[in-house]
Design a protein around this ligand. Structure first.
Ligand code: SF4
Length: 386
């Protein structure tokens, strides 16, 4: 392979890694949102051999390695290609990603749509790099909050519909084939109607074409995968969206485990795992009461070059202390959470700014706090504010 590392790709992938404070970030998109046990073992080996030993699960259900050296990247890519974890050709990674509802079953509408859409990706025009599809055709949509630009969902009547993101209603379609044809056609309409300037469907404030009338609402949203036992195995949570490779390897060690499905909710479904197979680890909890699962923290220092403060240890320390949502951000960019949080701590010049009910870049209530000042400050606050 003769490809060169591209630094600072604005939408990183495996072939287009992004430089961060601790090396390259290499992102893997599991095909159909599912990896075989052997592929997960290979990914764990890759994280330990070429990266920091941690795996991260993104809000678009991708898995990523951090801390990859430029010298090691090509060897890593050869390893990932060998284990069919990334496409052999860089241009295949350019296609828009497909996010599948994690509980899809063989032969259902979600899986059929994924196969048919994959076969037609080359018919689409080049789209802005962050654009993607949500294939969410179970009884009730579950991916409504996940990032996607065109969605396949069901109406309350059970019929299929195609919905452009940002629109409350979608276009009813008679079959998966019709849905896929409409999705492909909508990508051309998006580009032809100037959508590239908006970058995402939700920001493209243009009326939908006459041939895609948005008349039907999707069914009421369904629930996320609950932690613990599941008909296919067990569901585990990843605090702050991360898991050490050695912990994941232990979770898939039982002989009955066959595969792992990814989700956009910091949860993994380990197919074939049974209760008692593996005691839940602190790093891979299966208890909904674990408050770390509701907290957001970016990698912080030393993992990101923009960060002047560490984030993960502080987030761990705050776990269970705050009733509401918590966001610890290495800088004002706020990568880990775009919505306001009850308590947000933003690193600036080696200290923390404290924001109440806001985003990482909002006006702070207190500035320049060290960790002990911060804990003392929190004690002075009216509990109702937290
Ligand atoms: S919020 Fe800032 S410090 Fe954290 S990952 Fe994003 S750029 Fe890096």
């Amino acid at each position: 392979m003769t490809h060169e590392v591209r630094i600072k790709g604005w939408c990183p992938g495996a072939w287009h890694p992004m430089a961060t404070g601790d090396g390259l970030l290499v992102r893997v998109r599991p095909r159909l949102g599912r990896l075989s046990r052997a592929q997960v073992l290979a990914l764990c080996d890759a994280a330990e051999t070429f990266g920091s030993g941690l795996l991260e699960l993104t809000s678009r259900a991708n898995l990523q390695l951090r801390g990859v050296s430029e010298a090691g990247w090509l060897k890593l890519m050869a390893f990932l290609v060998e284990h069919r974890l990334v496409a052999a050709e860089p241009h295949d990674e350019r296609h828009p990603p497909l996010l599948l509802a994690p509980e899809w079953q063989a032969g259902d509408a979600t899986q059929q749509a994924a196969h048919r859409l994959q076969a037609r990706l080359a018919e689409m025009p080049p789209l802005p790099a962050k654009m993607g599809f949500a294939l969410d055709a179970g009884d009730a949509p579950v991916l409504g909050e996940a990032s996607a630009d065109f969605r396949l969902e069901r109406a309350a009547s059970g019929g299929l519909l195609v919905r452009a993101d940002g629109r409350a209603r979608g276009t009813p379609v008679a079959s998966v084939d019709v849905a896929v044809a409409l999705l492909v056609r909508l990508t051309h309409w998006f580009v032809d109607s100037g959508g590239r300037d908006a970058g995402r469907m939700a920001r493209h404030a243009v009326a939908l074409p006459d041939w895609a009338p948005a008349t039907v609402r999707p069914a009421a949203p369904g629930a996320w995968l609950a932690l613990g036992q599941h008909p296919r195995g067990r569901v585990f949570g990843l605090p702050f969206g991360r898991v050490p490779a050695r912990v994941l390897r232990d979770a898939i060690a039982p002989a009955g485990v066959t595969a792992v499905r990814v989700t956009p909710w910091r949860r993994l479904l380990v197919e074939g795992a049974e209760k008692g197979d593996t005691p839940p680890a602190d790093d891979l909890p299966d208890d909904e009461r674990d408050t770390r699962l509701r907290m957001d923290a970016c990698p912080g220092a030393p993992h990101c070059a923009q960060a002047s403060v560490p984030t993960l240890a502080l987030a761990d320390r705050l776990s269970g202390l705050i009733e509401g949502t918590v966001h610890v951000s290495g800088c004002a960019k706020g990568c880990a959470r775009q919505q306001p949080a009850t308590l947000c701590l933003t690193g600036r010049a080696g200290r923390y700014d404290l924001i109440l009910g806001g985003r990482a870049d909002d006006t702070p209530a207190a500035t320049g706090l060290g960790e002990s000042d911060l804990l003392a400050y929190l004690e002075t606050l009216d509990a109702s504010r937290l």
